[in-house]
Write a protein that binds this ligand. Structure first.
Ligand code: LRH
Ligand code: MN
Ligand code: MN
Length: 388
C-alpha cells in the first residue's frame, strides 16, 4: 500500500472545493429532464444537501449560488441557515441567459437600456454578496451571434469592457470579479468571451481584483487545458476553476470521470504554479447530475479531485527535473506516470479514519438514511431545477 507523507497529508487537509447549488436541482438535456426523488424544493434544501457532502468528506465547506435561481427573501437568513449546517455561502453566479431581453446580448447589447438592465442585475448580485459574505462574483455570458455579419464583433468587445468596468467599480473590500469563458453555445458562430485570452484581456483591463475563471468543460476537444492553467497562474490571473468532465460538448459530467489523466495533469500544473491552497484560486464544481443521484454524485466528484490531487502531490519533482534537464524524455514521462498510476485510495481511506471521517464516504452516505429521508419528506413540492 502506498503511504502519503505528513507533508502531503497536511496539504490535502487544506483542500476546499466549492459545490454548485444547481448540482442538487433537477437538470437534463434539451430532450428530457428526469426528476430525482428527494430533489430540493428551494435554496434552503439545496444547501442542506450540500452540507451532507461536506459532512461525509470534510472537503466542501462552501456552496455557490446562482441568481435568480437561488433567490430568497433574506440572504442574511440563508447565510445563517448555511452556517448552522457548517457551510458558508460562496461564489455568486449571475445569470443573463434566460431573459427575452437578452436575445441579442446583455452586457454587449447594442441598446444601452438593455445593457443597463444587465449591469443592474450584476449590481444586485453584489448586494447579495454583501449579505452572504461571498468574495467572488462569477460572470459567464451567453452572448454571441449565429451568423457571420449578424454582429459587430469589435463594437461588442468595446461595450463589454464598458459594462464590466461599471460592475467592477461597485466591488468593495476583498470582493472579486471572475470572468468565465466558453468557446461556443448557446451562440454558434461567435461568442463574446470564447477563450482564456479574451477573458484575460478583459479582466486585465479592469484591475487586480478581476480574474479569469476556467471551466474545464469549455474548451474544444484536444485543447491542452493544463497549459492554460500554467499560463494563467504565471500571469497571476487564475481566479477560479469550474470543474467537470466532458466527452463531446459542455457535458457537465462528474469531474475526473471522462479523462482522469487530464485532471491529474491539470492538478500537477496547479501545484507546480503555486495554485493549490492558494486563496487566489477558488476550486469549484460546475456539474449537473441528470441520471444519477445528486448527493452521491457530488461526493464522488470531490473525492475524485482529492484523489487526483494526492497523486499529483506525490510526483518526484527532483527526479522529474533531473530527467528534464538531462533531456531524458522517457525517464521524465515515467516519473509523471508513476505518480498517476499509484493507487493512493487505501492511504486516503486510512487518513480519513484518523480524522474521524468515514473511510468510505460513499458507503457512509448510503448508510446514513439521509437519502431515504429526503425522498419521503420532499414529496409533493415543486422541485427546484437547473433553471428554477
Ligand atoms: C455555462 C456555465 C456557467 C453557468 C453554469 C450553469 O455553461 O458553465 O458557469 O453559470 O454553466
Ligand atoms: Mn461553468
Ligand atoms: Mn458550462
Amino acid at each position: 500500500m502506498s503511504t502519503l507523507s505528513p507533508a502531503v497529508l497536511q496539504t490535502l487537509e487544506g483542500q476546499a472545493i466549492e459545490l454548485p447549488s444547481w448540482a442538487f436541482g433537477n437538470s437534463g438535456t434539451r430532450f428530457k429532464v428526469f426528476t430525482t426523488p428527494g430533489t430540493p424544493r428551494d435554496p434552503y434544501e439545496k444547501i442542506a444537501d450540500a452540507a451532507e457532502v461536506n459532512r461525509a468528506t470534510a472537503l466542501a465547506p462552501s456552496v455557490a449560488l446562482h441568481i435568480p435561481w437561488d433567490k430568497v427573501d433574506s440572504y442574511d437568513d440563508l447565510r445563517k441557515h448555511a452556517e448552522d449546517l457548517g457551510v458558508a455561502l460562496g461564489t455568486i453566479n449571475s445569470n443573463t441567459f434566460q431573459d427575452d431581453d437578452y436575445k441579442f446580448g446583455a452586457l454587449t447589447h447594442e441598446d444601452a437600456a438593455i445593457r443597463r438592465k444587465a449591469i443592474d442585475h450584476h449590481l444586485d448580485c453584489i448586494d447579495i454578496m454583501d449579505a452572504t459574505g461571498s468574495r467572488d462574483l462569477k460572470i459567464w455570458l451567453a452572448e454571441g451571434s449565429n451568423y457571420p455579419g449578424q454582429a459587430d464583433l469589435r463594437g461588442r468587445q468595446d461595450r463589454l469592457h464598458e459594462s464590466l468596468s461599471t460592475i467592477y467599480a461597485r466591488l468593495t473590500g476583498e470582493q472579486r470579479l471572475v470572468l468565465e469563458y466558453k468557446f461556443f453555445e448557446p451562440a454558434f458562430y461567435h461568442t463574446d468571451v470564447p477563450d482564456w485570452g479574451t477573458s484575460y484581456a478583459q479582466v486585465a483591463a479592469l484591475g487586480d481584483r478581476a480574474m479569469v475563471c476556467l471551466d474545464t468543460g469549455h474548451h474544444a476537444p484536444g485543447t491542452n487545458i493544463e497549459f492554460i492553467v500554467m499560463q494563467l497562474l504565471r500571469l497571476g490571473k487564475l481566479g477560479s476553476f469550474d470543474f467537470n468532465s466532458r466527452f463531446y460538448a459542455d457535458d457537465d459530467l462528474i469531474v475526473g470521470a471522462a479523462d482522469p489523466f487530464q485532471l491529474f495533469r491539470i492538478l500537477f500544473e496547479v501545484i507546480r504554479g503555486g495554485g493549490l491552497n492558494n486563496p487566489d484560486v477558488a476550486f469549484m464544481l460546475d456539474q449537473c447530475h441528470n441520471v444519477e443521484k445528486k448527493i452521491p454524485g457530488q461526493i464522488r466528484s470531490v473525492l475524485n479531485v482529492q484523489e487526483m490531487t494526492a497523486r499529483a502531490l506525490i510526483v518526484d519533482h527532483d527526479a522529474l527535473r533531473a530527467a528534464q534537464v538531462s533531456g531524458d524524455v522517457l525517464a521524465a514521462n515515467a516519473v509523471l506516470m508513476d505518480a498517476f498510476y499509484t493507487d493512493i485510495r487505501p492511504a486516503l481511506a486510512a487518513w480519513r479514519e484518523d480524522r474521524g471521517l468515514p473511510a468510505d464516504p460513499m458507503a457512509a452516505y448510503a448508510a446514513s438514511g439521509y437519502q431515504e429521508k429526503i425522498e419521503t419528506d420532499r414529496v409533493g413540492g415543486v422541485q427546484a431545477g437547473w433553471g428554477a
